[in-house]
Design a protein around this ligand. Structure first.
Ligand SMILES: [Ca+2]
Length: 131
């Protein structure tokens, strides 16, 4: 009985020490983080960039060539500033008549993404008689 009690006491003490150690570590880590990162914590960028396009709808004709960059008015981010050079977009196959979504995407350095779309309608080419 005495042995068992002693074992229980030792075991409890060990658990208590582990819990206490991790508690102290947590507190210390939290305090260190709090002290060191206070200015950084406030700067976490959660606001996506603002992407402005010239059009939201566009009707073009078959085989027209799109100047994709010309539709970008601005891409600005609250932290990164002008990021218009990093705007990405898909390519529209203007050889096929139909409706397309031209998607412009831009991300700030923190990974916040903004997507803007131009709905494009490709119409049949008007035949120009050249005889
Ligand atoms: Ca941002």
């Amino acid at each position: 009985m005495k042995k068992k009690t002693a074992l229980i006491i030792i075991f409890s003490f060990m658990i208590f020490s582990i819990v206490l150690t991790s508690f102290i570590q947590n507190v210390v880590i939290k305090e260190e983080k709090g002290n060191n990162n206070q200015p950084n914590d406030e700067k976490v960028d959660t606001i996506p960039p603002e992407l402005v396009l010239k059009e939201s709808k566009l009707i073009i004709y078959q085989d027209d060539i799109l100047n994709y960059e010309a539709f970008i008015v601005s891409a600005k981010d609250d932290v990164d500033g002008d990021i218009s050079s990093s705007v990405e977009h898909n390519i529209i196959d203007t050889s096929e008549v139909g409706e397309y979504k031209l998607e412009y995407k831009v991300k700030d350095n923190a990974g916040n993404e903004t997507v803007e779309i131009i709905n494009i309608i490709v119409r049949e080419k008007l035949d120009v008689a050249e005889d």
